[in-house]
Design a protein around this ligand. Structure first.
Ligand code: GDP
Length: 459
């Protein structure tokens, strides 16, 4: 593993809690060989260098004679910490001024400001986490629904990588047997039993296939279900969107500090996030009327995993409605047929639409909205997903799995056809390489920098 550029002996410091957030307490994290010594140098209380790991101590942080704050200091002695290094967490009062003073003081005493993700990078480099677990830490922090939380938690606890590690070890065993055959050159020896190798490869191939398949659902759980509300102008698309979002906002805006922007076009139904695509365009009905607008709507529909198709029975007759439905059906994306403005439709007039098996709602009068939400959930069929199942949620992982699969196919071909051991060995090595990329057994500085630079400072 080439990580020389990233390994560093420096003791690093950063604010671990959210900068600028309201709240009583902030936590400053320090990690590295000198972490305990450096903090001890500015801490008045017990001698921290003489205390046990996993103990908490009350005292003051001082710069010269000046008391900066009364704090609690938590000690983690290497290797029993997140980073596997000596680590200290200082709980201070949550004042921007105090935090800056303490961090600057620790830097003066020999620590260095941590880079984005550097604590988790160290946890990875020191063997505390594998790469997919480290990535799950970021997902866990970003999780905003019960489903995304469960998937990240499951990945962080290693379910996914444990399975791969075992398979990889079995394959390493075969790779070395085959490489041994190479040493014997001309002599026609077979150390690696081809039948056993074949059945192992088939087993790995099946497991990987399932993991790749799980990505679609895993990704949906993590990032939300992309939904498009479609239909002709004036059928009530914006009204429906607002009806769905407003209810949500009323709940969310009670929580202090939540940003409106991030939830603007999302709703959460029983722990699953539904994300409405390009709803800004929807609000702009002028745009949709244009031919170009219609074309764009079709493009958007293709990105959706679910389409809500809206009709206005006061505008469209059944023939028009059926024509439009067949167009949507061609896209092969699950869709929900909705007759809106049901408040304007006499009960007796519904019969002609029943062949479409639609849901009747009134976006304006907020009728049928709960039933619609239930239907959305049914359509994506997530309610029966067992989030304890191993699930892939990361595009980097799925790409590595696909490359592994392609290499395994070549191995299988090689077993059944007269291919020399050196080619077989090469394809097995390729599979091992791609499998290793997921857990970080095989990695490069560029890859790590790319992954960890997306973390926040302090993680
Ligand atoms: P869009 O062009 O599809 O986004 O349609 P709008 O949401 O702008 O709605 C067009 C018109 O239909 C507006 O005047 C709405 O107030 C009205 N409208 C929407 N939903 C309903 C409904 O359920 N019942 C009635 N009576 N009018 C509705």
């Amino acid at each position: 593993m080439s990580t020389n550029g990233l390994i560093s002996q420096d003791t690093i410091v950063a604010l671990a809690t959210s900068p600028g957030a309201q709240g009583a307490i902030a936590v400053i994290r320090v990690s590295g060989n000198e972490a305990i010594n450096i903090v001890n140098g500015v801490f008045k209380g017990k001698d921290l260098t003489a205390q046990d790991s996993h103990t908490i101590h009350f005292g003051t942080i001082r710069e010269g004679e000046e008391i900066l704050d009364e704090v609690l200091v938590s000690l983690f002695v290497a290797p029993n910490s997140y980073t596997k290094e000596n680590s200290v967490e200082i709980s201070t009062h949550n004042s921007k001024y105090i935090i800056e003073r303490i961090i600057n003081l620790l830097i003066k005493k020999g620590a260095r400001a941590a880079r984005a993700g550097e604590f988790t990078l160290r946890a990875f480099l020191n063997g505390g986490l594998d790469l997919s677990q480290a990535e799950a830490v970021a997902d866990l922090i970003a999780s905003n629904s019960a489903a995304s939380h469960q998937v990240a938690m499951q990945q962080m606890r290693g379910g996914f990588s444990n399975q791969l590690k075992q398979l990889r070890e079995d394959l390493v065993h075969f790779a070395s047997l085959i490489e041994l055959e190479l040493d014997f050159g001309e002599e026609d020896v077979e150390f690696a039993n081809r039948d056993q190798l074949k059945s192992l490869i088939q087993k790995i191939y099946t497991v990987i296939g399932k993991l790749i398949q799980s990505f679609e659902q895993g990704n949906v759980l993590k990032n939300g279900v992309p939904v498009v509300i479609a239909g002709k102008p004036n059928v009530g698309k914006s009204t429906l969107l607002n009806a769905l979002l407003n209810e949500e906002r009323a709940i969310v805006s009670d929580i202090a500090g939540t940003t409106r922007d991030t939830i603007e076009d999302e709703i959460n139904i029983h722990g699953v996030t539904f994300r409405f695509i390009d709803t800004a365009g929807l609000r702009d009905t002028e745009d949709v009327i244009e031919a170009k607008g219609v074309e764009r709507t079709r493009e958007k529909m293709k990105q959706a995993r679910l389409i809500i198709y809206l009709f206005d029975p006061t505008q469209d007759n059944i023939a028009v409605v059926q024509q439009q439905i067949s167009e949507v059906r061609d896209l092969n994306i699950p869709f929900v047929t909705i007759i809106n403005k049901s408040d304007l439709l006499a009960e007796g007039d519904r019969a002609e639409y029943n062949v479409l098996n639609p849901l009747y709602i009134s976006a304006k009068k907020q009728l049928g909205i709960d039933e619609l939400k239930e239907e959305l959930l049914n359509q994506v069929n997530l309610s029966n997903i067992n989030t304890d199942d191993v699930m892939v949620t990361n595009i980097r992982h799925v790409e590595a799995l696909q490359l592994t699969q392609a290499a395994l196919e070549r191995v299988l071909y090689g077993i059944d056809n007269p291919v020399t051991s050196d080619f077989l060995a090469m394809d097995i090595r390729q599979s091992l390489h791609h499998l290793g990329e997921i857990t970080g057994t095989v990695t490069t500085d560029d890859l790590l920098e790319n992954i960890f630079s997306k973390f926040c400072i302090g993680k």
